[in-house]
Design a protein around this ligand. Sequence first.
Ligand code: AMP
Length: 251
Amino acid sequence: MNHRLTFMLLLATFLIVVTSYHVKRDDKSWDYMVFTQTWPKASCIKFNHSRGRSCTLNPKINQWTIHGIWPNNAAKDGPFYCQPSWKFDEKAILDIEASLDLHWPNIIDKTPHLNFWKHEWEKHGTCAASLDTLNSEHKYFQHGIQFNTKWNLLNILGAADIKPSMNQTYKADDIKTTIEKTTNSRVNVGCIYISDFDYQLLVQVEICLDKQFNTIDCDDMRDKLMFNPSKGTYIFPCHGDSDVRYVPFSE
Ligand code: AMP
């Protein structure tokens, strides 16, 4: 009897462990979204310093561009690739493609024009699609354009006299608080170090959104997720009271 009880207990424990593992692994739920914008000039410099990659900017690009809209959880990154069978289809976004070329461009040389959109849709968009408001490729990319227009960082920073310049540097904290005054929420500001430059370079801004697209505070955890030294020239939270270079397109 004792042996049978022990066996039943062990079996129950085993089943609970296996089931919870599978539930966790298949869990594609998420809490909030990160709308990530890139300063394309700094991003291009970053790619030109990455092994095996180079970058050219379309001269028509004159603003911050989109990296992605990323569903995320408070405690961990992701989920990713929620619908592996939903492959990127250019036909779905043909009417906004010209606008995407300016707002959400692929800036890496010698890669197919659609590569970046395909990657963002399949990795992040298919997870964002659990919202009715984002449940198609068209809605996902269209919202990107809307967000990029609404939070036009060139204008937001420019209004505080924070403008791309090789003559002037800015404190990272001033950049962050200027954006936060507009969004009314805590944002993350990302920088890179590049050997040719004497200061950290402003390269990325993350604005966090709830499922109704209201701005919410990005949590501290995001800073750690953004900081990924394994990725070569990595993006880190800009050092707050240090100078930042906001590289102009002309450089
Ligand atoms: P993610 O997986 O969404 O974090 O995106 C990272 C991938 O996007 C990396 O492979 C980057 O090289 C690529 N990437 C980031 N920005 C751009 C861009 N503007 N154009 C093309 N690829 C990009």
